[in-house]
Design a protein around this ligand. Structure first.
Ligand SMILES: Cc1cc2nc3c(=O)[nH]c(=O)nc-3n(C[C@H](O)[C@H](O)[C@H](O)COP(=O)(O)OP(=O)(O)OC[C@H]3O[C@@H](n4cnc5c(N)ncnc54)[C@H](O)[C@@H]3O)c2cc1C
Length: 287
């Protein structure tokens, strides 16, 4: 199948892009790396009237340190994020998770912001954004606004972006020294979307337990979800297996073609138990 016919515009600035999107109304779509959108168009899952190609907007690209935060431009490609020494040093969770995002050819064109704006429930970066407490920077003709990751992912392929709003970048607070990350993913083949995955940040230890915890699962539900029950168990000093038993307590898990609901719950528990055990063992070794 081929796409429907559409108008094509390639603005040079983010401001022009949102102006064009406002003019195009419901029929307009931004296209960034095109790795997901083009497939949807070719299958006629979407038939836009106009594509607004943002790929030449230089201000949307790049990784910049701002005091104790890292700002990743929405157009920064997955491969650029994966190769960034700043990301490797300051945000090892993202560096680790990026290894599981698709295949090299897709990482060479797909963008960090595209992944977040698409909000595939099985994608890695939305869960990392939740675990890292990222803040989304959003532009519309009305101005700029910021949306915390916790309020950004609303449902399957649904975000807090209003029609015509452009995600310009993502601001990620740098975890303090002593914070640790955990990541795990089960996929049928390396590079496939996850059947189930875990992205986790634990604060520096204080009195034998992490000072804070953010445990985010992906591939389980209609959007990435934090497990408040598992986080509370971790902060209470519970054993890994007892924390893992709480993994899906408040998460509505959906079965899909990969695995039924019970199997996904099991995957989530195993991943959390293993990662907590690994971190505890690492700590013992370095103590
Ligand atoms: C075979 C295959 C395997 C893949 N495996 C994985 C995987 O394992 N994990 C994973 O995370 N992804 C995977 N992907 C998806 C890939 O990472 C995409 O590149 C990414 O999800 C979308 O980025 P993009 O820049 O290509 O966005 P596009 O395809 O250009 O756009 C996707 C959607 O986001 C919107 N959009 C894009 N940028 C913005 C913006 N700045 N502001 C507002 N809206 C915007 C578009 O309008 C569109 O609706 C896979 C893709 C393929 C084809």
């Amino acid at each position: 199948m081929k796409t429907n016919a559409f108008a094509y515009q390639r603005p040079d600035t983010a401001e022009e892009a949102v102006r064009l999107a406002a003019e195009g109304g419901d029929g307009a779509r931004f296209i960034a790396g095109g790795q997901s959108l083009l497939a949807a168009l070719n299958f006629r899952l979407d038939e836009p009237e106009a594509l607004i190609d943002i790929s030449r907007i230089a201000t949307l690209r790049g990784i910049e340190r701002r005091e104790n935060r890292l700002l990743i431009g929405a157009l920064t490609r997955h491969a650029e994020v994966a190769a960034s020494p700043e990301v490797a040093r300051d945000l090892p969770l993202i560096a680790r998770a990026m290894r599981e995002v698709a295949h090299p050819a897709i990482r060479n064109r797909g963008t960090f912001g595209g992944s977040l704006a698409l909000a595939d429930p099985a994608a890695e970066m939305p869960a990392c954004a939740l675990a890292l407490d990222a803040v989304m920077h959003v532009l519309s003709p009305e101005g700029r606004r910021q949306v915390p990751a916790a309020e950004f992912f609303c449902g399957m392929y649904e975000t807090a972006l209003e029609p015509g709003e452009l995600l310009t970048g993502v601001e990620i607070p740098l975890p303090e020294p002593g914070a640790r990350h955990g990541f795990s993913e089960l996929a049928r083949r390396h590079g496939d979307y996850a059947m189930a995955g875990l992205a986790m940040m634990l604060g520096p230890r204080s009195g034998g337990v992490p000072s804070w915890a953010r445990v985010a699962f992906f591939g389980l539900s209609d959007c990435p979800a934090r497990s408040a029950a598992a986080e509370a168990a971790i902060l209470s000093g519970a054993r890994p297996e007892d924390c893992a038993a709480k993994a899906c307590e408040e998460i509505e898990v959906f079965g899909d073609l990969n695995a039924d609901e019970a199997t996904k719950r099991h995957y989530a528990e195993v991943m959390l138990r293993r990662e907590l055990t690994r971190l505890a063992n690492d700590e013992e070794r370095t103590a």
